[in-house]
Design a protein around this ligand. Structure first.
Ligand code: HEC
Length: 132
């Protein structure tokens, strides 16, 4: 599974950077500061990728409808903050950034979508975002 793979890869990176941290710390004072900064950057990058695993849509079911599948997700999970995501022309104009924010898990901010909700939006976009 994608999640499992990313998780163990970032764990591996964390272990490596932890060892690098200890190694660098035992050298001179200047290098300690530099080493610490490098470690913080690497660890920060790793923890972000493990909390935001990329979502792989399953579009094997029925073709998604804008009205019945995608729009209800925007109404329940996005409209509160994005009043512009309320009709077809505005949503379809922003579809590529919407897709990437859902796939990387960064939207909805302070919330989450179920797998079914993600599939409803991502599969609708991948099908050309028709007004159906
Ligand atoms: C709690 C408020 C909140 C909710 C709910 C929310 N967003 Fe956002 N969204 C934001 C804020 C604040 C930004 C700008 C800051 C940023 O990019 O992190 C943003 C930025 C974005 C952007 C990038 C800017 C743009 O307009 O192109 C997209 C795309 C987006 N959100 C999509 C969504 C989608 C899709 C949902 C629902 C699944 C959603 N958001 C739910 C607050 C929210």
């Amino acid at each position: 599974m994608t999640f499992q793979k990313e998780y163990s890869f970032s764990t591996f990176l964390k272990i490596v950077s932890f060892i690098v941290c200890i190694e660098t710390k035992s050298k001179t004072m200047n290098k300690t500061m530099f080493g610490l900064i490098v470690c913080i950057v690497i660890l920060g990058a790793c923890s972000k990728s493990s909390t935001n695993p990329s979502f792989t849509p399953d579009c094997s079911g029925a073709v998604k409808s804008f009205k019945n599948d995608a729009l209800p997700v925007f109404q329940s999970s996005c409209d509160g903050c994005h009043s512009n995501f309320s009709n077809y022309s505005q949503i379809s104009a922003d579809k590529s950034s919407i897709r990437s924010k859902i796939v990387d898990g960064s939207m909805p901010q302070n919330g989450s979508l179920s797998t079914a909700q993600k599939n409803n939006v991502v599969c609708w976009i991948d099908n050309g975002a028709p007004n159906n």
